[in-house]
Ligand binder design. Structure first.
Ligand SMILES: [Zn+2]
Length: 75
C-alpha cells in the first residue's frame, strides 16, 4: 500500500500539489508544483517503502529532465 504524501515547497514552504508521475529510467519520478509561488520540485521515489524520497537537484535533476524530454519527444 502506498501512502500519498505532499511535500512542502522547497522555496516557500506551502503545500504542493502533485503535477505528474513519470516513470523514467526505471525510477518513479514525482513532480510537484507549488500553487503559491510556482516552484516545481522533482522527487525520486524509492521502490523501497522505508526509504525517504530524494529531492532532485543540480546535475542529477538536469539529467533526468533531459531523459524525460527525450522520452516524451519520441514518436
Ligand atoms: Zn512555493
Amino acid at each position: 500500500m502506498f501512502t500519498e504524501k505532499r511535500p512542502r515547497c522547497t522555496r516557500c514552504g506551502a503545500r504542493t500539489g502533485l503535477a505528474r508521475v513519470s516513470p523514467v529510467q526505471s525510477i518513479e519520478l514525482r513532480i510537484y508544483e507549488c500553487p503559491s509561488c510556482g516552484q516545481t520540485d522533482c522527487y525520486e521515489v524509492s521502490p523501497v517503502p522505508d526509504r525517504d524520497w530524494i529531492l532532485l537537484t543540480g546535475e542529477r535533476l538536469a539529467r533526468i529532465i533531459a531523459a524525460l524530454k527525450n522520452k516524451d519527444g519520441a514518436p
